[in-house]
Design a protein around this ligand. Structure first.
Ligand code: 6OG
Length: 158
């Protein structure tokens, strides 16, 4: 039986266009730079989960979040399925802090450390960086270091 998890992933950009990434210090994806997010909890909406995770992981409070895409992940020989809702924001307040889970750092877009991120990131990040349209991605991983199937398309296309 497959076990499906609904997660969020939020990308923050500041007024000069730099992007805030966090180095995951523990758990799934440890040692990789990523946006901020995690599992949506029972009783909260996906948007509420995204806002909560952002604050928990880096201290920032989002005043608005824009949906940019949806990523589905399957893993060969593993019943785990991930549905990751991707958001972005430049409308936030607070001070960036390091937390137990994440070590945050601002990156210039041209310096995004793709070689220290999930393998799928370089494939869908360009969709996010160009600012639309919303995208839908599918990735089939073999283990955590190989992608054997991939597709990213605009959600405007049926
Ligand atoms: P916690 O398990 O810490 O949330 N995530 C992924 N992000 C990318 N870019 N690629 C993947 O490829 C991912 N799998 C999970 C979703 C995990 C966080 O990591 C993201 C969450 O923001 C497999 O609660």
């Amino acid at each position: 039986m497959s076990s499906r998890k609904v997660l969020t992933l939020t990308l923050v950009r500041n007024s000069v266009g730099d992007i805030l990434l966090g180095l995951k210090k523990r758990g799934f994806g440890e040692g990789k730079w990523n946006g901020f997010g995690g599992k949506v909890e029972p009783g909260e909406s996906i948007l509420q989960g995204a806002a909560r995770e952002l604050t928990e992981e880096c201290g920032l409070k989002a005043h608005s979040l824009t949906k940019v895409g949806l990523l589905d992940f399957d893993f060969i020989d593993d019943p785990m399925r991930l549905e990751v809702h991707v958001f972005c924001t430049s409308d936030y307040s607070g001070t960036v802090i390091e937390t137990e889970e994440m070590k945050p750092k601002w990156y210039k877009v041209e310096d995004i450390p793709f070689h220290e991120m999930w393998l799928d990131d370089p494939i869908w990040f360009s969709w996010y960086l160009k600012g639309g349209p919303q995208f839908k991605g599918y990735f089939l991983y073999k283990g955590l270091d190989k992608i054997v199937e991939q597709e990213v398309k605009s959600t405007d296309v049926p």
